[in-house]
Design a protein around this ligand. Structure first.
Ligand SMILES: [Zn+2]
Length: 378
């Protein structure tokens, strides 16, 4: 973090102090730069770090000029800490990387030079930003690795490919299996990962209709393997060496029909719910069973539940602190860094008895109180 710098010609407030202020704002879940500013009783207020707390305006402006690579380096330093503490255990023998796209904001009025555009059915043009997030589905703690902002004129897969190219350089040994949505079933992306000996596991939808049709034809003559676990029953069909998709072959296709018995809330009656899942993967049968492939495929929900939802609800990640492409990227990297550090502290440093007694929200409120109670500078 000592390499943190920005492109201001003249700076009253050092970059590190500004970035530390934002770290506190996110950790204390203050939600906006103005809320952070209210924690500052008078200009020149000194944080425990010894740096003055700048105004919301200054912080926003500096973030439009911030060099983001040191922030990525800081995330990587935290990752190495996790790794050393063995906090990122594998699942069914695989180190799983999940990637998915996320829309951070949308507006009809405000746009910047990095905004994506779409025309709605009523003819209005909407401006928005979208990014691809990569996370390690570690056990017991997931880790948010990196983000990449989608640029004008490219689709989500092109953006994800750029992100993966960077991850293959910086986190080559962090994962061996990439789990993603059906959108990512594209030959160049899968070839890139295979070139680096990474496996893929993607939802198979209509994007590859021929492959889906052929797999279904084979499944019709196959007796499924039945796996039961509490209220869940999985019937698994599994075929490998399918060569239908000529751009990338051979592949394996796994189908899971899942029947779950649930208790209906309104009349307390038992009800069975059935869902069907089909995945395409490069992981061979000899290495991982069909039942485990189904469980690994469901890991994709982790990015919804333990990343996007949590980031937006509790960590204000979708808040537009400053509408500028560089600032959006920098604030998101700060949220990744803060959430990773917070999870490390909460799960690895707090004693289980304290953790049971105090929620993460309570701990964030303590950070907020601490931030507000700091005395003036000597
Ligand atoms: Zn914009």
């Amino acid at each position: 973090m000592s390499r943190l710098t920005d492109t201001r010609a003249f700076a009253i407030y050092p970059t590190l102090g500004i970035v530390f202020s934002v770290f506190l704002m996110i950790a204390a879940r203050r939600g906006s730069l103005h809320a952070l500013e209210q924690d500052r009783p008078r200009p020149g207020w000194i944080l425990r770090l010894g740096a003055p707390l700048a105004s919301a305006d200054t912080i926003g402006r500096v973030f439009t000029k911030l060099q983001v690579e040191p922030l990525r380096d800081a995330v990587q330093a935290v990752y190495q800490r996790f790794k050393r503490n063995k906090a990122l255990g594998s699942f069914h023998g695989h180190d799983v990387l999940i990637i998915d796209g996320h829309e951070t904001q949308a507006s009809f009025r405000r746009c910047c030079r990095g905004c994506l555009e779409r025309r709605l059915s009523d003819g209005r043009i909407q401006y928005y930003h979208r990014l691809v997030l990569a996370m390690i589905a570690g056990r017991p703690v997931p880790f948010l690795l990196d983000i990449e902002l989608q640029q004008k004129g490219e689709d989500e897969v092109a953006c994800a490919t750029r992100l993966l190219e960077r991850l293959l350089e910086t986190y080559l040994r962090a994962f061996d299996l990439v789990v993603a949505d059906g959108l990512y079933v594209r030959a160049p992306l899968i070839s890139l990962l295979r070139l680096h000996h990474k496996h893929v596991l993607v939802v198979l939808k209509d994007e590859r209709r021929d492959l889906l049709k052929d797999a279904r034809g084979i499944f019709a003559g196959q007796a499924p393997m039945v796996v039961r676990e509490k209220a869940l029953e999985r019937r698994i069909w599994d075929v490998e060496d399918l060569t239908t998709w000529t751009a990338f072959a051979p592949v394996r296709v796994v189908r899971s029909v899942e029947t779950r018995t649930i208790l209906r809330q309104r009349d307390r009656q038992e009800e069975t719910v059935q869902t069907e899942w089909i995945w395409m993967t490069t992981v061979p049968q000899a290495e991982t069973s069909g039942a485990k492939i189904a469980e690994l495929g469901h890991e994709r929900w982790m990015i919804e539940n333990r990343a996007f939802r949590e980031l937006a609800t509790y960590w204000h990640a979708d808040h537009v602190y400053r509408h500028h492409p560089r600032a959006i990227e920098a604030f998101w990297l700060m949220v990744l860094l803060t959430l990773n550090l917070f999870r490390a502290f909460y799960l690895l440093n707090l004693k289980p008895v304290l953790r049971a007694r105090q929620t993460q929200i309570y701990i964030a409120s303590q950070i907020a109180a601490d931030l507000a109670s700091h005395g003036p500078a000597p």
